[in-house]
Design a protein around this ligand. Structure first.
Ligand code: NDP
Ligand code: HEM
Length: 507
């Protein structure tokens, strides 16, 4: 290094003589094309924005560690989990889902809870949400669902009709809708909420035995939520309140932490289980699969540069390490493709070289080469094909996932296994919520659903009625609907209810 540290240069290290006055022809003349510093600066600026995430665009992140607190080696051979007390570096990003990159942190929306573990066997990503379930369970519905959460194609406004039209025609959403419209739909901060895998994943041990698991990161700071009035106020007063809270807490040494609890089922228990464990709209009741504590997640370091570390962070459910596998959950299966695909679009084919995404504790040794922005040594002069006899990296059969059974006739099957879509939403309303929770839930729904067409209000209220008659009735009363219609509509098949509410009778 011959140059002094604090001297300004171009991107190519050439000294810059003046960064305040453009080079002009004479004192009042036009700018010269020869001002290459100005040109370089503007052209880089013109390209500063990358595509925002198609979902989860607004977020905040931080670094930290995960520590194992219980022996789980009988369930998984994942090395980062193989010893009590073992710590693994992590990067975590929290987000809202539907809003754009500048949208308010206080919006009613699920919150993303994405964890990247930099393990010694490569990066393991767990991209979950703050809700244990989701709106849909078939990936064919995902793009449509997301469209309804975004802006209307003509008005470019959020639209209550499209929001509730889709949900009321997709009754399996009622469980997640009930959580979303409770005050848990507006968490007070990212520190005061839980994170769930939502999906079932597979763990397998060194003997090749497998287990079905669900992850629950429980906040150590207690659940705190915003009321509707508070969320509206904060959206205006401080649209970045949760981003600010996370950064400030870490900056003052008040490190956010979560306890990881696992629900674990043997294949035999899963076979006899009351609920379809691959249906993302269902939880595993705690009484039937008691959660066990296995670890602790702590965030203790803020990013130094938001764009480098948070905006460029890329999580993928396909990044699974030996000992952890996918389940046949159809949503998860689709996510195995979608994230890597969108990262290649958003960040380019070599996004795994960006430091926040690089597998820092298990360097990449592959035969993938070239592509835009290949910024490492690109494999140097080593072999770029396999098999080779020049000492290139070789696959390790010991890391293979044990074979698993598949079978049956290929087809497009709906979920049919004892699969009542209304029971768990009803239990949540009846058994878990307090009177205040229920009052807020109904009020939050009425305030939002009230903006949709009447016929859609009827269809959705009938779905709440199916979950719990009191729930549906109170929503209907709040919306000033004819309550006597609810039972009739709720008793219909989904198809008949859709037809009945399409006919204008309820407009
Ligand atoms: P439990 O009584 O054992 O569990 C209820 C759980 O609900 C609590 O442990 C808490 O989970 C969560 N909870 C509490 N208040 C609310 C709220 N206002 N909104 C959303 N969730 C809340 O009963 P079950 O396990 O039989 O579950 C009953 C219902 O609870 C389910 O149908 C589901 O809607 C909901 N639930 C269940 C979870 C599970 O994994 N079993 C997880 C979350 C919700 P936590 O401590 O994780 O916050
Ligand atoms: C982000 C697709 C379901 C959690 C994303 C992104 C896409 C996507 C394309 C943007 C990624 C990026 O640009 O970096 C899908 C598809 C789904 C699905 C196709 C279903 C078929 C889910 C579910 C969860 C979830 C069920 C939670 C359990 C997340 C999180 C992020 C995200 C947390 C943000 C990650 C980050 O912070 O960068 N999803 N998603 N998604 N998704 Fe999904």
């Amino acid at each position: 290094m011959t140059q002094e540290k604090n001297k300004l240069t171009t991107a190519f290290g050439i000294p810059v003589s003046n960064d305040q006055n453009s080079l002009t022809a004479g004192r009042r003349g036009p700018v010269l094309l020869q001002d290459v510093h100005l040109l370089e600066k503007l052209m880089h600026f013109d390209r500063e924005r990358i595509p925002e995430r198609v979902v989860h665009a607004k977020g905040a992140g931080a670094h930290g560690y995960f520590e194992v607190t219980a022996d789980v080696t009988k369930y998984t051979k994942a090395k980062f989990l193989n010893q009590v007390g073992k710590r693994t570096e992590v990067f975590v990003r929290f987000s809202t889902v539907g809003g754009e990159r500048g949208s308010a942190d206080a919006a009613r929306d699920p919150r993303g809870f994405a964890v990247k573990f930099y393990t010694e066997e490569g990066n393991y990503d767990l991209a979950g949400n703050n809700t244990p379930v989701f709106f849909i369970r078939d990936p064919l519905k995902f793009p449509d669902f997301i469209h309804t959460q975004k802006r209307h194609p003509a008005t470019n406004l959020p639209d209550a009709d499209m929001f509730w039209d889709f949900l009321s025609l997709t009754p399996e959403s009622v469980h997640q809708v009930t959580i979303l419209f409770s005050d848990r739909g507006t968490p007070a901060t990212y520190r005061h909420m839980n994170g769930y895998s939502s999906h079932t994943y597979k763990w397998y041990n060194a003997k090749g035995e497998h287990f079905w698991v669900q992850y629950h990161f429980k906040t150590d700071h207690g659940i705190k939520n915003l009321t509707l009035a508070e969320s509206i106020r904060l959206s205006g007063e401080d649209p970045n309140h949760a981003t600010r809270d996370l950064y400030s807490a870490i900056a003052r040494g008040d490190y956010p932490s979560w306890t990881l609890e696992m629900q674990i089922l043997t294949p035999e228990q899963a076979n006899d289980f009351k609920w379809d464990i691959f249906d993302l709209t269902k939880v595993w009741p705690h009484a039937e699969a008691p959660p066990i504590r296995i670890g602790r997640l702590v965030l203790n370091r803020n990013p130094v540069n938001y764009f480098a570390e948070v905006e460029q962070a890329a999580f993928s459910p396909a990044n699974l390490v030996p000992g952890i596998g996918a389940s046949p959950d159809k949503m998860l299966q689709a996510r195995l493709l979608s994230y890597h695909d969108t990262h290649i679009h958003r960040l380019g084919p070599n996004y795994h070289l960006i430091p926040v995404n690089a597998p820092k504790n298990a360097p990449e040794r592959s035969y993938q080469r070239d592509g835009f922005m290949r910024v490492d040594d690109n494999g140097g002069g080593g072999p770029n094909y396999w098999p080779n006899s020049f000492g290139g990296p070789a696959p390790d059969p010991a890391t293979e996932e044990p074979p698993f059974e598949v079978g049956g006739l290929a087809g497009r099957y709906p979920y049919r296994f004892p699969n009542d879509d209304f029971v768990q939403a009803g239990n949540l309303y009846r058994k878990v919520m307090t009177d205040t929770d229920r009052d807020h839930l109904v009020g939050n729904i009425v305030a939002h659903l009230g903006n949709a067409q009447k016929r859609i209000q009827y269809r959705q209220a009938a779905i709440f009625f199916k979950a719990n008659p009191d729930y549906g009735r109170r929503v209907a009363e709040g919306l000033k609907l004819d309550v006597s219609e609810l039972e009739r509509l709720a008793g219909m098949t989904q198809e008949d209810r859709a037809k009945a509410t399409d006919q204008g009778t309820y407009s």
